[in-house]
Design a protein around this ligand. Structure first.
Ligand code: WTA
Length: 650
């Protein structure tokens, strides 16, 4: 029977009092060291963003910084620029030409270094490959790749010719990939024969083949040879082309296509509170400005840094802080293909030691895993190159924050806890490490030029409530692809078009610091991955034995939340361990391994209100071993009491 207090993580956040002022040595050299930046940006946010945008290369200047027609924003109206030109060509004139842009390590231990000149050449060539395959401005291209440099090459090549990319995380199933390809209407899919994960081959090509069977818009598939023969990937000469063969034939130069600031840059799917994933639309000028500025000021990026963000390029963190933000700054990015525990649990620390990584950015769930593995793994490695640490993806519990500071940062590295979302494009709440004091578990203050507030249901400022954004920002999503109505409903209707509703609960302390407390909608956060309860429920009821299903995110010490499912079976079907396994496998097949339910609980009935609504709140009480909350609105209070007894006996 679960006895731990499931709310202890939140309680720890609410009771945290420690404060760490920025180390003087850090402040003295920081990109942002004059505290006036906050007040100046607050006084005139548009001027602040225009100043940041002005550090990029524009081929045509904008005529208006912001055109705000709630809930639709346009930034840098009339301006033109090209993202790949800003991330590559701009750095070629001086010595950065020969600086490492991407240092890559494959899981088996193979290494590659691409200088800015190398990356520019690869991207130019691949742009020509894309054109040769009939891809042009505005066309959609799907990318389903492991963490290899070709992922960045493919993304940048799309931006060079004005094609819109949609990257899908390699852990998603064929069905999930297909749904995303079809929603975007992609003409081309870029994938690989496989990838390496924990010494095993991820069969990406097989999954891609399965997906594109029902993707009428796909005309060609480009296949990167990552694994080779061992992958056993099939090859259909009518549809598939090898990346290396096309690249061998491609011309070396490709002029960047001038893009309007508001031209679509990419779409990236994320889970919402309904079953259907949302295609989040980002545009060119505002997005690049936002990720450029936040990378420079929050990660304090310097010429000699080696910046390692451990996310996958399939998520927004990889888009903004592996590819676009750091490369727009001319930084050296470290990219690693595989798992942190292969061949041993010190793999990350070996990488830090080997490449002298200076800035390290990861997720709280990873930090908690490192904690559980024990401090001997990092202690055995030279981590003295590190100077700044970051976290993202979920609230960080103060205990993990302190461990990170002590065992990875060796008490000398500031920690930037960065709050943001796929929808926000870049970081919105985080310290400026040379200026802002940090508190374990708090993302601290809004970035200069960002207006955030904690409000109650009525929209009035409150000490605890919902996090909202009260002004538009350059990296904000412009809409949901093919569904502008859903864009308005999801983010703006709640506060009548005045505030952007984040879906996160938060509190503000006496210093005005933000403490993020987790999602308030039907979105789960499992190991920093967003998963919708409805999506998992649809996958469950798709199984022939399942009559009804309710899914909740149960508090989990390591993952933040774990997927917990309550399932009723169709008449005459008996629960069994076999069936349980089969149903779990069905969810993996439908969505991907990231959505696999941690536990499935068979029940004869689900607790419902008289109007038939499933009371998830009560299921959460059951799963987390709490005293049941208010049951008066239930049609049959006996159902949940019975469920609780059953659960406890389990
Ligand atoms: C959560 C990831 C607390 C939050 C960049 C948000 C966080 C969701 C933090 C977005 C943080 C992200 N502290 N919670 N520092 N960062 N979140 O779209 O619930 O995958 O709404 O973007 O993650 O997840 P997404």
């Amino acid at each position: 029977m679960p006895t731990e207090d499931p709310q202890s993580a939140i309680r720890a956040l609410l009771e945290e009092k420690r404060v760490f002022p920025p180390p003087k040595a850090f402040t003295d050299q920081a990109n942002a060291r004059d505290g006036a930046i906050y007040a100046e940006a607050a006084k005139d946010p548009e001027a602040f963003w225009a100043r940041m945008a002005g550090e990029l290369k524009w081929t045509k200047p904008w005529t208006k910084v912001l055109d705000w027609n709630p809930p639709h924003a346009q930034w840098f109206v009339g301006g033109q620029l090209n993202v790949s030109e800003n991330c590559l060509d701009r750095h070629l004139a001086g010595w950065r030409r020969n600086k490492a842009a991407i240092i890559w390590e494959g899981e088996p231990g193979d290494e590659r270094v691409l200088t800015y000149a190398d990356l520019h050449r690869e991207v130019s060539k691949f742009s020509n490959v894309l054109k040769g395959l009939g891809i042009g401005k505005g066309d959609r291209v799907n990318i389903y790749l492991p963490m290899i440099p070709e992922a960045a090459v493919a993304m940048l090549a799309c931006t060079r010719i004005g094609a819109v990319h949609s990257v899908v995380f390699g852990g998603f199933s064929a069905e999930s990939l297909r749904e995303r390809i079809n929603d975007a209407g992609a003409k081309l899919l870029i994938t690989a024969d496989g990838g390496w994960r924990r010494g095993k081959i991820l069969p990406l090509k097989a999954v891609a083949d399965e997906a594109v069977k029902d993707c009428p818009t796909i005309t060609k598939t480009v296949v990167v040879r990552r694994v080779g023969e061992a992958a056993g990937a099939s090859f259909d000469p009518a549809r598939d082309v090898w990346y290396h063969e096309e690249m061998a034939k491609a011309a070396l130069t490709c002029p960047p296509e001038p893009m309007d600031a508001e031209d679509m840059l990419y779409v990236l799917y994320t889970s919402g509170s309904t079953g259907k994933p949302k295609g989040i639309v980002h545009t060119t000028g505002g997005y690049l400005t936002h990720v450029y500025a936040t990378t420079k000021l929050i990660f304090d990026l310097k010429e000699e840094d080696v910046f390692w963000c451990t996310a996958d390029v399939g998520w927004v963190t990889g888009h903004s802080y592996i590819v676009y933000g750091p490369l727009a700054n001319g930084a050296t990015v470290l990219m690693y293909e595989g798992s942190p525990d292969f061949p041993d649990k010190d793999r990350f620390w070996r990488i830090v030691e080997k490449y002298r990584v200076t800035i390290f950015y990861t997720a709280p769930t990873a930090i908690r895993t490192f904690m559980r593995w024990g401090e001997s793994y990092p202690a055995g490695r030279d981590l003295s190159s590190l100077r700044l640490l970051g976290t993202v993806g979920e609230p960080i519990n103060p205990e993990a924050w302190m461990w990170y500071q002590e065992h990875i940062g060796r008490k000398k590295c500031p920690i930037v806890d960065t709050w943001w979302q796929t929808e926000t494009g870049g970081i919105l709440i985080a310290p400026l490490p040379g200026l802002t004091a940090t508190k374990p578990g708090s993302a601290t203050l809004a970035f200069p030029g960002i207006s955030a507030e904690v409000v109650n249901d009525a929209g009035d400022p409150a000490a605890a409530g919902y996090l909202v954004l009260t002004k538009p920002w350059p990296g904000m999503l412009r809409t949901i692809l093919n569904d502008d109505k859903r864009y308005q409903q999801t983010y703006w209707d709640r506060y009548r078009g005045v505030f952007y509703f984040t879906g996160d609960g938060a509190k503000r302390d006496e210093d005005g610091f933000f403490w993020l407390l987790g999602r308030v909608d039907d979105v789960m956060n499992v190991s920093g991955h967003r998963i919708s309860t409805m999506e998992v429920e649809s996958a469950l009821v798709d199984h022939p034995a399942v009559a009804e299903a309710a899914v909740i995110g149960r508090a989990d010490e390591m993952k933040g939340q774990a997927v917990s499912a309550f399932v009723t079976l169709k008449a005459h079907i008996q629960p069994s361990d076999e069936l349980l396994k089969e149903i779990k496998a069905h969810v993996v097949k439908k969505i991907g391994a990231l959505a696999r339910p941690e536990d499935i609980f068979f029940t004869s009935e689900l607790p419902k209100t008289r109007s038939g609504k499933i009371m998830r709140r009560l299921l959460r009480d059951v799963a987390e071993g709490r005293v049941l909350g208010d049951t008066t609105t239930l049609a049959d209070p006996g159902v949940v009491a019975q469920l609780k007894r059953q659960y406890e006996e389990k």
